[in-house]
Write a protein that binds this ligand. Structure first.
Ligand SMILES: *[C@@H]1O[C@H](CO)[C@@H](O)[C@H](O)[C@H]1NC(C)=O
Ligand SMILES: *[C@@H]1O[C@H](CO)[C@@H](O)[C@H](O)[C@H]1NC(C)=O
Ligand SMILES: *[C@@H]1O[C@H](CO)[C@@H](O)[C@H](O)[C@H]1NC(C)=O
Ligand SMILES: *[C@@H]1O[C@H](CO)[C@@H](O)[C@H](O)[C@H]1NC(C)=O
Ligand SMILES: *[C@@H]1O[C@H](CO)[C@@H](O)[C@H](O)[C@H]1NC(C)=O
Length: 294
């Protein structure tokens, strides 16, 4: 969750002040006047409601889609003001769309059915630039229809769901090609080695990457790009695994990319066995050097 982006969006609307509860730490994060003053404290917490959202989707231009939102057991929508936001491009401010009172704003319409724990967002006549991540939020402030326009920029606490990624398809769906690149020959003398996994040629960018060493999932030393990079009609993404000397010998390294094609999740992998990297690393260091070419 990008707290700063959410606050930035709020500040853009209000020029003011907003408060969010950080989900993991339960700290109150207060961003004041143009993010110049940021501090955290423990003082402000009621039980944070958990907002749940429907899974990722792909669709086509002109079509109508519905995104779902509900609250975890123990929380009722009727105790909150429910809102929808979106972030269309990675790193850009979060944009307010609508709330339970405002209902219809342009092509966006919210439906609240608190008794069935259902707050959904309908987007009609999809455009390509509607692609992005849609956030459902619950605010403690109970508003009347009178201050409807203010709800998203007032001084309030809001709890955001994980987001639903939506892509309005511009090109044909294409699965990734996954390839692990071995450590560079320069790295042979280092104790730690870096393997680079490159997934490319896929569309849309609904992917996640994980690594395994001898079929056991490894999370230490893994760094995956925050977002895939677009090249013409497809995307690529890279992930790096730093392997310690003790984990290096006689191991099999596997990089797996999970790809959502609009209906199903499928996995695409590449593996690399340490033994096969004859050019690299400790073993070859002891071999006589080839005669130098004059
Ligand atoms: C939630 O409400 C929307 C709009 O009325 C409806 O399309 C959707 O099927 C409902 N979802 C559930 C899980 O009942
Ligand atoms: C999205 O595209 C439409 C037309 O294709 C344009 O009118 C609209 O301003 C665009 N919206 C954004 C947020 O760029
Ligand atoms: C996309 O897929 C359709 C149907 O499979 C095919 O006819 C078309 O040529 C493809 N377009 C591109 C750009 O590959
Ligand atoms: C992208 O398209 C341009 C022009 O159509 C082409 O010159 C370029 O090689 C393409 N790049 C890739 C990575 O395919
Ligand atoms: C996604 O994968 C499923 C299962 O392999 C397949 O039936 C479906 O046609 C695929 N969808 C697209 C859009 O490629």
């Amino acid at each position: 969750m990008l707290l700063t982006d959410l606050c930035l969006s709020c500040l853009l609307h209000s020029g003011g002040f907003c408060t969010f509860i950080h989900k993991q730490t339960h700290h109150c994060v207060v961003h004041q006047s143009k993010l110049s003053h940021i501090f955290t404290s423990h003082i402000c917490l009621a039980a944070a409601p958990e907002v749940l959202q429907s899974g990722e989707q792909t669709s086509h231009p002109g079509v109508t889609v519905t995104l779902g939102c509900s609250m975890a057991p123990g929380f009722s929508m009727s105790s909150y003001t429910m809102l929808w936001y979106r972030q269309t491009l990675y790193g850009t401010p979060i944009e307010y769309l609508t709330n339970e009172f405002e209902k219809v704003v342009g092509r966006f319409q919210s439906f609240l059915d608190a008794s069935n724990n259902n707050f959904s967002l309908e987007i009609t006549k999809l455009l390509l630039n509607d692609s992005g991540t849609y956030y459902c939020a619950a605010s403690h402030i109970l508003l009347s229809t009178f201050d409807v326009k203010l709800v998203h920029c007032a001084n309030y606490e809001a709890h955001f769901g994980q987001g639903t990624k939506l892509t309005v398809l511009e090109y044909n769906v294409t699965a990734p090609t996954v390839k692990i690149l071995p450590p560079s020959s320069k790295e042979c003398k280092n104790k730690k080695k870096t393997l680079v996994c490159v997934a490319s040629g896929f569309y849309p960018d609904h992917v996640s990457v994980f690594w395994q060493i001898d079929e056991v999932t490894e999370t230490n030393g893994v760094a995956t790009d925050n977002n895939a990079v677009r090249k013409n009609e497809s995307y690529s993404i890279t992930s790096r695994l730093r392997v310690s000397a003790k984990d290096w010998r006689s191991r099999t390294f596997t990089c797996t990319v999970t790809f959502f094609n609009g209906t199903d999740y499928k996995q695409y992998s590449d593996s690399l066995k340490e033994e096969t990297l004859s050019f690299c690393c400790e073993k070859t260091m002891q071999q006589p050097k080839p005669p130098s070419i004059v």
